[in-house]
Design a protein around this ligand. Structure first.
Ligand SMILES: Cc1cc2nc3c(=O)[nH]c(=O)nc-3n(C[C@H](O)[C@H](O)[C@H](O)COP(=O)(O)OP(=O)(O)OC[C@H]3O[C@@H](n4cnc5c(N)ncnc54)[C@H](O)[C@@H]3O)c2cc1C
Length: 472
């Protein structure tokens, strides 16, 4: 640790607060611009949410659950195997090994910067205290991430509950669980638990799972999760939790009636909230509230020398957005020509359930909210050659185009949707039109080929059916 005043009255060109995905991207980008950069973080383990308790551990566990499912369903394809048994301690040990390697690599990168660890708080408009050190920097990037959101549900704290952090590290699974919430983390980890034999109920407040997406996405996912034996109850209002001989019981209102579901454990998956408390933002003139640090389209906070990126801004909680935001914040902080963030392109997202969900560009919901006219076409995997041969027939592709045939967005629910969606991202990046998809080669038989079907339908409809355009 050091606190040298080496550049006039500033110690560093940039000090990044929070060394997770956004912070690390900001630091490496600024260093690439020739700037002197320090990182400040807390006393806890380094490497960030995605590596330690987010994307990577969850996907590692999901793979085991997917293989269990494949083995269980193998007889449908004529492959006879024995009874499926799970070794959860082995699954979790494998995850720990993989995560330890990712984390060690990232920590090496983090430690290549001057690193200050301790209690972090702003003490002025360009001054940050970290433990006993004080750092003055020309610019700051705040990237302190998010924390798990636990709403005040009567009786929940007394009954006890677990969060995604616990699910990712559980060596012994409960025999039954109630999952509160129906977002991406809830759906992914509910499927993990269910496929490893845990009787799982999802209680979701909205009418569909993944309520931010078009309703057909949540409906298709619900069908799939139901096939995994998960009970999905939507349009619920949580009333309270009790604990008795039946286990942990959640009372909720549904379809005008009061109901109760009891299980060994309750998994609270009701989202995360920006990590904004206790950083002394007031001393630096940084406006924030429970929705996050307030930023402009260039990620600048209300203090013009301080930027913010990643989950702490409360905009989009995805790691590629955190990396993009961190890098762009660092560039903007030192640029005469700052660039606004392009969330329409970078807001592309995936959910790693089986079937997966991939969304790029605009959804129908977003087109309607923004008053954008569009035409939509859908094609089911159940009619695609490769999907039929592979037995991967769940889901669909939906493509939206503007009346001038420019592709506005693509939604995929289906096998490998998280990878397939990258063709859509490329189409959107290059501002492609529907006929471009038809002119590009698509190999046969592949899952990617499915993109050509809605594109073809859109070409035809745009040419012959003026009434096909949905005008909000
Ligand atoms: C279970 C789960 C699965 C997920 N899966 C995916 C996925 O598949 N794909 C995807 O895109 N996203 C996924 N996410 C979301 C993704 O992990 C986050 O959006 C992303 O990691 C946020 O990065 P960040 O840099 O904003 O925050 P973080 O990586 O959390 O970094 C915050 C940093 O701030 C530091 N910090 C926190 N508090 C303090 C303090 N008081 N003082 C000093 N330092 C502090 C932390 O130590 C950390 O280093 C998942 C999240 C969860 C929970």
């Amino acid at each position: 640790m050091r606190n040298t005043r080496c550049m006039g009255s500033y110690d560093f060109d940039l000090c990044v607060v929070g060394a997770g995905s956004a912070g690390y991207a900001a630091a490496t980008t600024a260093r690439g611009l020739g700037k002197s950069v320090a990182l400040a973080d807390g006393e806890g383990p380094l490497a960030g949410l995605c590596i330690l308790r987010g994307c990577m551990p969850s996907k590692t566990l999901l793979r085991s659950a997917e293989i269990a499912h494949l083995v269980r369903t193998a007889p449908e394809l004529g492959v006879r195997v024995g009874e499926v048994r799970y070794d959860v301690p082995h699954i979790v040990r494998r995850k720990r090994r993989i995560i330890a390697d990712f984390a060690a690599d990232r920590v090496d990168g983090i430690r290549s910067f001057p690193l200050f660890q301790g209690r972090v708080r702003f003490t002025g408009r360009d001054t940050l205290a970290v433990g006993e050190h004080e750092i003055r920097a020309r610019r700051f990037v705040i990237a302190t991430g998010s924390v798990i959101n636990i709403p005040p549900i009567p009786g929940l704290a007394e009954a006890g509950y677990i969060t995604s952090d616990d699910v990712l590290d559980m060596e012994e699974l409960p025999s039954s669980i109630v999952v509160l919430g129906g977002g991406a983390v809830a759906a992914e980890l509910a499927q993990y638990l269910a496929r490893l034999g845990c009787r799982t109920t999802i209680l979701q407040r909205s009418a569909t799972l993944l309520s931010g997406e078009d309703p057909d996405v949540g409906t298709a996912l619900r069908e799939a999760l139901t096939q995994d034996g998960i009970r999905v109850v939507t349009e619920t209002a949580l009333l309270g939790v009790t604990r008795d001989a039946k286990g942990k019981c959640v009372r909720f209102r549904h379809a005008g009636r009061e109901e109760e579901v009891c299980a060994d454990e309750i998994f609270v998956a009701l989202g995360r909230r920006p990590n904004v408390d206790g950083f002394g933002f007031e001393a630096a003139g940084i406006a924030y509230d429970a929705g996050g640090v307030r930023v402009d389209p260039y990620l600048r906070t209300t203090n013009p020398v301080i930027y913010a990126a990643g989950d702490v801004t409360g905009v989009v909680e995805l790691v590629h957005v955190a990396v993009y935001g961190g890098a762009q914040a660092a560039r903007n902080a030192f640029s005469e020509n700052p660039q606004p963030l392009n969330y329409d392109l970078f807001g592309a997202r995936a959910v790693f359930t089986d079937p997966q969900v991939g969304v790029a560009g605009l959804s129908e919901k977003q087109c309607r909210e923004r008053g954008i006219a569009y035409v939509s076409a859908r094609y089911p995997f159940a009619e695609l050659g490769k999907a039929i041969t592979a037995g991967l027939t769940q889901g669909f592709v939906k493509m939206l185009a503007a009346p001038d045939a420019r592709i506005l967005g693509v939604t995929i629910v289906g096998a490998e949707a998280a990878d397939l969606i990258h063709e859509a991202i490329a189409l959107l990046y290059f501002k492609a039109r529907t006929h471009d998809v038809m002119e590009m080669p698509h190999l046969h038989p592949t899952l990617a080929e499915i993109m050509t079907y809605p594109a073809e339908e859109l070409c035809e409809r745009l040419e012959h059916e003026a009434h096909a355009v949905v005008t909000p």
